[in-house]
Design a protein around this ligand. Structure first.
Ligand code: ATP
Ligand code: MG
Length: 153
């Protein structure tokens, strides 16, 4: 079905804002244009919620999370950028594996199962989309997601 992605993101941010406030992380959404796309609403909501939740969870006090939405004639683009702890280079190849969590005492005390990114990646691939990560340890992480506007199964 055709889903308003701007609205979907606003709802996700509304739900995550109390968590961000508690962690003293600034959460910002920037929608560069109206986007509607043929997506599975439940799966895409889960996928995007996990990316934004991660960006909040693996952040620092007084950090920030910047979510942006853009589109062209073929795809929409979600960018989730954070000022957090980052992901070590030797872990980057494993983060989409089920139950994988970066083995650091700091991450260990944060709740989670290590399933979120596996679910996120599956949902993105199911929509014939793509996901890419860029990260610098101690500085932050960027997840870029691209999803076709018109999905034909
Ligand atoms: P779950 O999502 O199942 O509650 P989780 O958040 O630990 O648990 P994933 O979302 O799959 O699991 O993420 C896997 C691991 O990748 C995390 O445990 C964390 O170590 C690392 N990670 C994910 N996103 C970020 C991020 N934005 N910044 C730093 N590390 C991250
Ligand atoms: Mg997660």
């Amino acid at each position: 079905t055709n889903i308003n992605i701007n609205e979907l993101l606003e709802q996700i941010l509304k739900r995550l804002r109390p968590i961000a406030d508690k962690q003293k992380v600034e959460l910002v959404l920037e929608s560069f244009r109206p986007v509607s796309a043929d997506v599975d609403e439940v799966k895409i909501t889960l996928a995007f919620t996990n990316l934004i939740e991660n960006a909040i969870k693996y952040n620092k006090e007084d950090g920030w999370v910047h979510v942006s939405l853009n589109a062209d004639h073929q795809y929409f683009y979600l960018k989730v950028e954070d000022s957090g702890i980052g992901i070590p280079e030797d872990s980057l190849g494993h983060i989409y594996e089920r139950f994988y969590r970066v083995d650091k005492s700091h991450s260990r005390e944060i709740g989670g199962t290590g399933l979120g990114l596996a679910i996120t990646r599956n949902a993105v691939l199911m929509h014939r989309g793509a996901i890419k990560v860029f990260s610098t340890e101690g500085e932050g992480t960027i997840f870029n997601v691209r999803i076709p506007l018109n999905y034909i199964s």
